[in-house]
Design a protein around this ligand. Structure first.
Ligand SMILES: [Cu+2]
Length: 155
């Protein structure tokens, strides 16, 4: 009888351990999804200026980030500090690859300020491991072009 009780107890302990394990697994899965590759939309700013903008007040920091100019971002001291994204009132620094992509894009774009971009990448703490940077206005522009083309073919 004593032995039976022991076996029973062992089973209870084992099954409760299984449940606990399953719980941590689901937690891990959820975290994985959060940290997976995704797109964040915000303003591309150099670290020197951007760090000050990420003050937690989304409205204020977004307004400041939208006013920040490309010329400022490309100024030597600003460019050297690296780049990042102001998103929802927070500053997110890019990794080295992201810095390069940002510098390349800034060199090519005609935009002067309001540098709103879609950044695809994964979060590394508050920082972003960047996979791609595209202007957020690109989609709208494509739509406009599509419409004008449509009109032309109709008339
Ligand atoms: Cu700047």
């Amino acid at each position: 009888m004593k032995r039976l009780i022991l076996v029973f107890l062992a089973c209870v302990v084992a099954s409760s351990m299984l449940v606990a394990q399953e719980k941590t697994e689901t937690k891990k899965e959820a975290k994985k999804e959060m940290s997976g590759s995704h797109v964040m939309t915000g303003w591309l700013v150099d670290q020197m200026c951007g760090k000050k903008m990420g003050n937690g007040d989304a409205e204020k920091s977004n307004a400041k980030a939208a006013k920040h100019t490309k010329d400022c971002a490309m100024e030597e001291s600003c460019a050297e500090s690296g780049y990042g994204l102001v998103h929802d009132g927070k500053w997110h620094k890019f990794d080295e690859a992201g810095d390069k992509m940002a510098a390349d894009w800034l060199g090519k774009t005609d935009m002067k300020n309001n540098l709103m971009v879609n950044v695809k990448g994964t979060m590394d703490g508050d920082n972003i491991k960047v996979e791609s940077i595209t202007p957020a206005s690109e989609n709208k522009m494509e739509k406009k072009e599509g419409k004008t083309m449509e009109k032309k073919t109709k008339s």
